[in-house]
Design a protein around this ligand. Structure first.
Ligand SMILES: Cc1cc2nc3c(=O)[nH]c(=O)nc-3n(C[C@H](O)[C@H](O)[C@H](O)COP(=O)(O)OP(=O)(O)OC[C@H]3O[C@@H](n4cnc5c(N)ncnc54)[C@H](O)[C@@H]3O)c2cc1C
Length: 397
């Protein structure tokens, strides 16, 4: 490890790997540090991602795809299931990943672009100089070292400290953090190319239970509950155990993981002089789905590109870093604000209201409806309160 780089990225998850790669491809010297021994392990994720522009970040390879997804079913008690399916039976619109391999492939891609990667290496603080971030205090195999950089990118996930060290308020309220608990199960009978969601207070008050197939009778079966809802009826794991016992009495649990997902809709300011935050560290996961992989890739790319531009121009001021936040808002801002409204609407919804909405769309053909935008447009037609909350603009009407 050298004593100085143009850019240091803290955290080797998807956001950090992509940020490092784009900074290096833009001509910067880049160090990526990851505190864990191996990137991507243990996983803390249901591993679902839309196909969209994924191929911009990695060549699509079987090795990191556990299952291609062609449909989704939403269950609301008291109503017929909402079944979404592509028009063309061959159309794949999402993947359940093998994140242990996917995350590693993203880091391999960054290394190929010239990034120096160190695992088992933690950031323990930031070095400040002349009112701006100027490097990272690093601990590696018991040894401490100060490494200088003109730009630091905090990609240290939901547990992020980099933002706080840099003077950014990253506090999360209980209503802004979802606790996710998940089992990898085997020996279960499921649709191998269809994801399932279960709503309602019996399953998950203010949240949902998911079944994400991983091929060969395996699936991620998990629950996400808001911190502010946890007192109602027990811990997330109690809800999950009840679900698993009734749905998969003969299934076997072979792995368990849990973590928090920020659903605040994003921190107000995700930069400082010489500093940018990406992915979960900036709380950019989607407030309604909890999905953070895609937003991590997008924000990582934008921050990496901005870091390379700052290095080329020699401008590491707040104004220069702010360009990243502007670019993020253009890319993901509209989705984030719509989905924050949806989250707040959903958590206040009673079971009776949810059932009424689901009953009102019974008979609607959901073929070809493949994402939140399309689904919400249909729901807002029967749920005037939702339409009012979102407004025609948010719905793209
Ligand atoms: C139960 C659960 C299910 C989920 N399901 C989905 C899903 O299906 N689809 C989806 O899109 N998203 C899902 N998410 C969210 C998704 O996992 C995250 O949004 C995504 O991993 C964010 O990527 P990231 O790179 O920002 O952070 P992370 O993947 O968390 O990576 C951060 C990295 O930083 C490292 N790090 C932390 N501190 C330091 C330090 N001081 N020094 C060095 N390294 C450090 C960590 O070890 C970690 O490797 C789920 C989350 C949970 C908890």
């Amino acid at each position: 490890m050298k004593d100085a780089y143009d850019v240091i990225v803290v955290g080797g998850g998807p956001s950090g790997a992509v940020a490092a790669r784009f900074a290096a491809e833009g001509g910067a010297s880049v160090l990526l540090i990851e505190k864990r021994q191996e990137v991507g392990d243990p996983i803390r994720c249901a591993e679902g991602v839309g196909t969209g522009d994924l191929d911009k970040y990695l060549d699509i390879e079987d090795r990191w795809i556990a299952a291609p997804i062609k449909g989704a079913t939403i269950y609301v008690p008291g109503a017929a299931p909402i079944k979404m399916r592509a028009k063309d039976e061959n159309q794949i619109y999402g993947y359940i990943l093998e994140r242990k391999i996917f995350d590693r492939a993203l880091v391999e891609r960054a290394a190929k672009a010239g990034v120096e990667v160190y695992t088992k290496t933690s950031a323990t603080g930031l070095i400040m100089k002349d009112g701006r971030v100027a490097g990272v205090k690093i601990k590696r195999l018991g040894e401490e070292k100060e490494v200088m950089a003109n730009v630091v990118i905090g990609a240290d996930g939901v547990e992020s400290k980099v933002g706080r060290w840099g003077g950014i308020n990253t506090t999360l309220k209980p209503a802004d953090i979802e606790t996710g608990v998940q089992y990898l199960m085997t020996g279960i009978d499921i649709d191998e190319d269809n994801v399932e969601f279960f709503m309602g207070s019996e399953y998950a008050p203010g949240g949902y239970v998911w079944i994400f197939p991983k091929g060969k009778g395996r699936a991620n079966v998990g629950i996400g509950l808001l911190g502010s809802k946890i007192k109602e009826g027990g811990r997330p794991i109690d809800f999950l155990n009840r679900f698993v016992e009734s749905r998969f009495p003969n299934g076997k649990i072979i792995e368990m993981n849990y973590d928090g997902v920020p659903v605040s809709g994003g921190i107000d300011k995700i930069y400082g002089a010489g500093l940018m935050l990406v992915g979960d560290a900036a709380q950019l996961s989607d407030p309604i789905t909890g999905g953070g992989i895609k937003h991590g890739l997008w924000s990582g790319e934008l921050a990496g590109r901005n870091a390379a531009e700052a290095v080329a121009s020699g401008d590491f001021s707040e104004k220069s870093m702010k360009k990243y936040q502007k670019a993020w808002e253009e890319k993901g801002g509209k989705i984030m604000s719509r989905d924050l409204i949806l989250k707040n609407y959903y958590i206040d919804m009673s079971d009776e209201e949810a059932t009424k909405v689901a009953q009102a769309v019974e008979g609607v053909d959901f073929t070809g409806v493949l994402d939140v935008s399309q689904l919400v447009k249909i729901l807002a037609k029967v749920d005037k309160k939702l339409l009012l909350k979102l407004g025609a603009n948010q719905l793209g009407l």
